[in-house]
Design a protein around this ligand. Sequence first.
Ligand SMILES: Nc1ncnc2c1ncn2[C@@H]1O[C@H](COP(=O)(O)OP(=O)(O)OP(=O)(O)O)[C@@H](O)[C@H]1O
Ligand SMILES: [Mg+2]
Length: 375
Amino acid sequence: MATVTYDHASRVYPGTERPAVDALNLHIEDGEFLVLVGPSGCGKSTSLRMLAGLEDVNSGRILIGDRDVTDVQPKDRDIAMVFQNYALYPHMSVADNMGFALKIAGTPKADIRKRVEEAAKILDLTEYLDRKPKALSGGQRQRVAMGRAIVRQPQVFLMDEPLSNLDAKLRVQTRTQIASLQRRLGVTTVYVTHDQTEALTMGDRIAVLKDGLLQQVGTPREMYDRPANVFVAGFIGSPAMNIGSFQVADGAAQLGQTRIPLERSVVGAIRPEDKGHITIGFRPESLDVVSQAQEGAIPVKVVLVEELGSDAFVYGELVGAGAAAREIHSGAGDAQVIVRVDPRQVPMKGDTIWVAIRPGERHVFSAANGQRIDV
Ligand SMILES: Nc1ncnc2c1ncn2[C@@H]1O[C@H](COP(=O)(O)OP(=O)(O)OP(=O)(O)O)[C@@H](O)[C@H]1O
Ligand SMILES: [Mg+2]
């Protein structure tokens, strides 16, 4: 087992100008499960492939433990990778697939058999060892791919979207299996996904990337409760956070006729480039439905109600907020706010409800650069 360190590691693909991964600094603890997450094209796979040695590092370094592996061959890095498409050999049995890397490495047959059988037991594959991959379900194939990585007993597991070929239900089951297996084996793991739910549920820590740049690293709780900037705020959480930019006057953000009072320290942090505006974010579950009479109550016209059984979400428009209403956006798109409501008391389409942001549950960011303003 080992730590992993990205030290200002950059990758610029030939013929491109902007780095696909830009001076990445990231330290992963021994035994940690770290999830790299971000939208398509943000540089997740490139980061992983740099660690695997499948992609050149143009500047900076990568270390596994204390060893600088920047120029070390992939096969000498003591890592095992699980790919999205599993890449199983169709003509080989499950056992041969799992033991193939060991065979290439010249491991004695009896040792291979022992390790394969152990891994098969952990992965519940014992009865399938003699089958060919085509006679397996998607979930079983996924486990064979995991098994192939496990038998190598590497210092680091690298996984690139290993669940994306599975249907939704199996994905949920398998993600819990992988997370608990990793904890049991205690092998340092870097796991790539574009799915923030997977990131939140699986990772000890999450690293969010955008355009090749690391945005924030933290525990799922930290990422959720204290997003470092507007991008992370909007990316982590489902349904997404409501985020809007509002004019500040007399110590309060102006949301149409409603005022959201701001702490003095927040008002003090507004700089000339913010042009008198502030960006405020509030999650759907941070809104309480209140009476019209309550001070600071924000009117929302119900456009759609989404009932999920355990939860219900109102998708609505801010009433009478003028330009401010158009400024707000959420997971539902522009000019919409999402409110979590009691699933046993849902309003009707066309109704107007009044909501208030629960104290301490709003996030403020600079309107100019999107960075969190700490209060
Ligand atoms: N071989 C290549 N040559 C040139 N550009 C590349 C190459 N591979 C990837 N890129 C570019 O580098 C950027 C990062 O790609 P990468 O595959 O790391 O993204 P990703 O975060 O894994 O995305 P996805 O979620 O779609 O898999 C993208 O803009 C991509 O177009
Ligand atoms: Mg990718």
